[in-house]
Write a protein that binds this ligand. Structure first.
Ligand code: MTE
Length: 314
């Protein structure tokens, strides 16, 4: 089944009109807006549209006040070391990555372990969120993700009271990722969150972007998105999620513990040992802009870190 897709120009135009109508304080019926602009559909395996609720498009999304980067920016400048360490080469190298069939295993300290396939993942109600994303290397983008809050999945497996952390693991296989041998990082790629971070409503498992199924280079079929943390926390092509009572290892902090910590919150006051994190270059802009604490999501997430020294726990 070929998904019906709204061209990016229409998508942007629709967003501008929605924004204009919100700004003007009109009570323009959203339903008719969506009829006019025929929101794009991402289909599940039964042909049902995954996004059916017009409200999903006007959720007061953090970052929605900023224009999104183009689909081309987002899908052609990537970090996915299993395929290539060159950002512009990832899309081509990942072109034939097989993401269907796919199994996602969720277990560990849970009441009900699950083994989900893509069809099961697609039954989880999908939302759209436009998030600012900040890479530790100093560039940033605004990305309209499609996905579902990770907590939707975690609640289904019923974490036990002993579970304190969530560990994630990416797919890895030398046949499909022959260049991963020279990636220079331990693989499979792994990441972790504290359970309260994982349960936070901003934390998504993304299955698409720009109204399209997630491109392979962006982490198909399912990847993590944590908008207040550096981009490397956004582990791609996830095959395993494990609830645990131990802080899990993460690829970058294992590879280089002096440079990358477990928390990896966007924090302009904590420089990377080799460069400042005070400013960032939004892809597509000319001048660097100041980086915001928690990438601008402090109102929603700062309370998760009350009492912690964020210079020590970088
Ligand atoms: N996940 C896996 N499995 N492998 C990777 O190399 N790179 C990370 C993260 N997730 C990476 C990964 C880094 S360093 C970044 S900045 C983001 O993915 C980039 O996501 P994007 O290419 O969708 O912008």
């Amino acid at each position: 089944m070929t998904p019906e897709i709204t061209p990016e120009s229409v998508y942007r135009n629709r967003r501008q009109i929605i924004k204009a109508s919100i700004l003007a304080g009109t009570s323009l019926a959203t339903a008719s807006l969506f009829e006019t602009f025929a929101p794009r559909r991402v289909m599940d395996n039964t042909g049902q549209a995954l996004i059916t609720n017009p409200e999903d498009f006007i959720y007061p999304k953090p970052g929605a006040d900023e224009p999104a980067n183009s689909f081309t920016d987002i899908a052609s400048y990537n970090n996915f070391y299993e395929f290539s360490t060159s950002k512009s080469a990832v899309a081509q190298a990942a072109k034939n990555f097989k993401t269907d069939p796919w199994k996602l295993e969720i277990g560990g300290m849970v009441g009900k372990a699950l083994l989900l396939d893509l069809a099961a993942l697609r039954t989880i109600e999908t939302v759209e969120r436009i998030y600012r994303m900040r890479c530790v290397e100093g560039w940033s983008m605004v990305i309209p993700w499609i996905g579902f809050p990770l907590r939707e999945l975690l609640e289904r497996v019923e974490p036990t009271s002993a579970a304190k952390y969530v560990a994630f693991q990416s797919y890895h296989d030398l046949q499909q990722m022959p260049d991963s041998d020279s990636a220079g990082i331990p693989l499979p790629y792994v990441e972790g969150l504290r359970l309260d971070e994982a349960m936070h409503p901003l934390t998504l498992l993304a299955t698409g972007l720009y109204g399209k199924t997630l491109p392979n280079q962006n982490g198909a079929p399912v990847r993590l998105v944590v908008p207040w943390k550096y981009g490397f926390k956004g582990i791609k092509s996830i095959v395993k999620i494990t609830l645990t009572d131990q802080q899990p290892p993460t690829t970058w902090s294992t590879a280089n513990p002096d440079e990358y910590g477990f928390y990896s919150n966007v924090n302009p006051d904590v420089p990377h040992p080799r460069w400042s994190q005070a400013h960032e270059m939004r892809i597509g802009e000319t001048f660097r802009r100041p980086t915001l604490m928690f990438n601008g999501y402090g109102d929603q997430v700062a309370s998760l870190y009350t009492g912690m020294d964020l210079k020590e726990h970088f």
